[in-house]
Design a protein around this ligand. Structure first.
Ligand code: SF4
Length: 371
């Protein structure tokens, strides 16, 4: 996943006379495909972080080739799927894998880090073996808004001559903290690389990967519905009450207590991580990362059910009037989660069923009281 990896993989393909068609069907590359499938599966299915270890013997040429080409195989399958959910999960899995591996690699850390950020300084305190890393302020400022927590606010970091100190914290040493920052660049790099490939990929090329694509998207759909039916939601599916709470906070408008609890609990129902939910609050006029993390954690631990429509209307957190949104106008619309399910069903069902289902109540009920 390093930028240099692109040339390396091209060299490996050239030196071994491997074409993309070979990668898909040559019998002698079965191990590459198996490893690619496993790696893809790990990245996509593991919600709580990927396992960065590999069963491939990297001390041999064959092992290194297998690992490099398995990455390419997995990436091509993801691109050929043109599935945003799969893409997002794979990128998150690979970026997390990079975060873990970079944090362990003391020997190559300098070269790895400077592949992603514009510089790196090391400092060793007298009498201590621990290395403290400093990163350029420009890189830190660009990447830190994507990470929640007090540590990642510039005001809380020691700064000297345009360099930001990445000292150890939260059980992570300086290298691991710096790796967390690099993870954001890995994410950007993978996203750009995949989108570039997808733009160039024609139907004929994508069809070569139809079998592995079908297998992984099928598994993903099963997993998504098993985890939480709402986790595939895209922004267009959000009910107006959630959308307005997010946009208002984003614009620095104060949102009342009910609106904030609703935002956190609904975000949890969408399958967002605590970190993602905290990020929604970062534009609040009274934003405090520590307080937000504490309150969001409380909502997650207690598994709050989001407020229903009646409660949101009473608390002035329902932004629609009659005629504004046909779904909200339906008699059965009593809960924003019903709105979400109805929207999702419209998107995922066949067009013929879609027309019929537009104004019908979604299957499955929303139970529980808002908290
Ligand atoms: S009617 Fe219900 S779902 Fe629609 S915006 Fe109001 S509270 Fe949200």
């Amino acid at each position: 996943m390093l930028p240099q990896g692109r040339d390396h993989i091209r060299d490996v393909l050239g030196e071994n006379g491997i074409s993309v068609v070979d990668l898909i069907e040559a019998p002698w590359l079965e191990d590459v495909r198996n490893r690619g499938r496993l790696r893809l599966l790990e990245s996509v299915m593991h919600r709580d972080g990927v396992d960065a270890t590999t069963v491939v013997d990297l001390s041999t040429d064959l092992g290194r080739m297998t690992e490099a080409l398995s990455f390419l195989h997995a990436m091509l399958v993801v691109c050929a799927s043109f599935d945003e959910r799969l893409l997002a999960r794979w990128i998150e899995g690979e970026a997390s894998r990079a975060d873990q591996l970079f944090g362990m690699d003391s020997g190559n850390f300098n070269s790895i880090a400077t592949s992603y950020i514009s510089g790196l300084k090391e400092e060793r305190q007298s009498g201590s073996k621990e290395v403290i890393y400093w990163v350029p302020m420009s890189d830190f400022i660009e990447l830190c808004p994507k990470i929640s927590g007090n540590y990642w606010r510039l005001a809380n970091r020691p700064v000297r001559g345009g360099w930001v100190c990445m000292n150890s914290s939260s059980g992570e040493d300086s290298r691991q903290r710096t790796s967390r920052l690099l993870k954001e660049r890995v994410r950007e790099y993978l996203n750009d690389s995949c989108r570039e490939r997808m733009e160039r990929m024609d139907d004929e090329f994508a069809a070569l990967f139809s079998e592995p694509v079908e297998r992984i998207t099928g598994l993903l759909s099963e997993r998504v519905s098993a985890e939480m039916p709402m986790s595939a939601a895209v922004r267009e599916d959000w009910p107006p009450c959630f959308e307005s709470a997010v946009s208002e906070l984003n614009q620095g408008v104060n949102v009342n207590h009910v609106g904030r609890v609703f935002l956190a609990s609904f975000s949890r129902s969408l399958g967002h991580s605590q970190e993602q939910t905290c990020a929604f609050f970062s534009g609040a006029p009274d934003y405090n990362a520590e307080t937000t993390s504490y309150q969001v954690a409380h909502v997650y631990e207690r598994e709050y059910t989001p407020h229903g429509c009646a409660s949101l209307k009473t608390s002035a957190r329902c932004p629609v009037n009659a005629g504004d949104d046909t779904l909200c106008d339906q008699e059965w619309m009593s809960h924003p989660l019903k709105y979400l399910r109805a929207k999702q069903r419209r998107r995922f069902q066949a067009p013929s069923e879609d027309v019929v289902s537009q104004e019908s109540e979604p299957t499955g009920s929303v139970s529980g009281n808002s908290s």
